[in-house]
Design a protein around this ligand. Structure first.
Ligand code: FEO
Length: 167
């Protein structure tokens, strides 16, 4: 095996965190669907798919380095959310948690002189920078527009635009 047991355990924890993100964004998409926020739903479904890709990248890496990837148990994400602001605050919080976890993995790779994993993790470092910036940007827009019933239409339009890659 090219990675330590400690690194294997840490990467499996990251698999669980990415899997939870995928489920969390799926649950948020369901809530938005119920509110008639189709743009938000579309955005969150796409994010959920991306998180699954993040998880699978870890699976493939583990296979490449002769480690064992474990399909994680996933806790149930919340069903109800207070508001659309609440949804995107939670998304931003979760992205920050993922960033901290990635940085901890980078530190472990450094400490273990595991340059293979260190190199592999660079993709995640960059991805997290982008995802956090996007989450921050969305929250700024929501805070600007407000999430009163009249504002929801415009928020949803913004999220639809981001989903369509027009932003
Ligand atoms: Fe895979 Fe958005 O963290």
């Amino acid at each position: 095996m090219m990675i330590s047991n400690k690194m294997q355990d840490a990467l499996n924890k990251q698999i669980a965190l990415e899997a939870y993100a995928s489920h969390l964004y799926l649950a948020m998409a369901t809530w938005c669907d119920k509110q008639g926020l189709d743009g938000c739903k579309k955005f969150l479904l796409a994010q959920s798919d991306e998180e699954r890709v993040h998880m699978l990248k870890l699976f493939h890496y583990m296979s490449d380095v002769d480690g064992t990837a474990i399909a994680p148990e996933i806790k149930k994400p919340p069903v109800d959310y207070d508001s659309v602001t609440n949804v995107f605050e939670m998304l931003h919080d979760h992205e920050q948690e993922v960033t901290h976890a990635i940085h901890a993995l980078v530190k472990l790779a450094y400490d273990e002189n595991d340059y293979t994993t260190l190199n592999f993790l660079q993709w995640y470092v960059e991805e997290q920078r982008e995802e956090e910036a996007m989450a921050r940007d969305i929250l700024d827009k929501i805070n600007l527009i407000g999430d009163s019933p009249q504002s929801l239409y415009f928020i949803d339009l913004e999220l639809q635009k981001i989903s369509d890659g027009e932003d």
